[in-house]
Design a protein around this ligand. Structure first.
Ligand SMILES: *Cc1c(COP(=O)(O)O)cnc(C)c1O
Length: 228
């Protein structure tokens, strides 16, 4: 893809986010999801003002890291195995997919060893799709309380992956429900927990997400084209 085409696509996404957020919400931050794309394809994003990228595989990220490091804030957005945490603890600015206490504890331990505190989001499960992971809504408050004492992590908010569906009404409901959960948890002011970021919305639904108060969207194929 040419640099011009890339810029056109990013501009369109930004514009649509702005329109969807309207007067009601701040415009969500765009995280460009760069999985399956080479460092060569990714680097031009920097010149068009994209500062944060999302990757979902540790091994793939490590391969591209020498070229990306220091140029972008890197978010780990996919399921993360505990035994891989050590490999990325120095490299990413946020881990968005924390949905188990053992994983939170491992990040805490590795971050402490590295002398840092890792920003994390707790992944919740809006549609209750078990195979996709995520903490069930009704268990989220207890989960937050359980991981709040871990000094190696800083909980910044929630992340959600919506089901693949064309049912607009159903999606509207799920995004609204997720924003409500976020507001409810924020209003609880749980000790040791920040509720500032709500990461939801991908290429198929980022406008709906922005209309429902996402603070971050994770957009891949709407920028780079469909994955092969
Ligand atoms: C791949 C991925 C995205 C981006 O998906 P697109 O449909 O290409 O925008 C967002 N979030 C997660 C967790 C992903 O794995």
């Amino acid at each position: 893809m040419t640099r011009e085409e890339l810029e056109r696509r990013v501009c369109r996404v930004r514009q649509e986010l702005e329109e969807a957020a309207g007067d009601r919400w701040p415009v969500p931050k765009l995280i460009a999801v760069t999985k399956t794309h080479s460092a060569e394809e990714i680097l031009p994003l920097k010149e068009i003002g994209v500062t944060e990228i999302g990757e979902n595989r540790v091994q793939e990220l490590k391969g591209k890291l020498p070229e990306l490091q220091g140029r972008f804030g890197i978010h780990l957005i996919g399921r993360l195995q505990r035994n891989k945490v050590r490999q990325i603890i120095h490299d990413v600015c946020m881990i968005q997919s924390v949905d188990s206490v053992p994983l939170a504890e491992e990040i805490h331990t590795r971050a402490r060893t590295a002398g840092k505190r890792m920003d994390v989001l707790v992944e919740v499960s809006p549609a209750g799709e078990e195979q996709k992971g995520g903490v069930p809504f009704e268990a989220t408050a207890a989960f937050l309380k359980e991981i709040a004492p871990l000094e190696g992590i800083r909980v910044r908010g929630l992340m959600a992956v919506m089901p693949l569906t064309d049912d607009r009404e159903y999606l509207d409901g799920l995004f609204a429900k997720t924003r409500e959960l976020f507001d409810r948890l924020r209003d609880k002011r749980l000790s040791g927990i920040e509720m500032e970021e709500l990461s939801m919305g991908m290429s198929g639904d980022y406008q709906i997400a922005a209309a429902h108060g996402a603070t971050m969207v994770r957009v891949g194929s709407a920028i780079f084209g469909p994955r092969g």
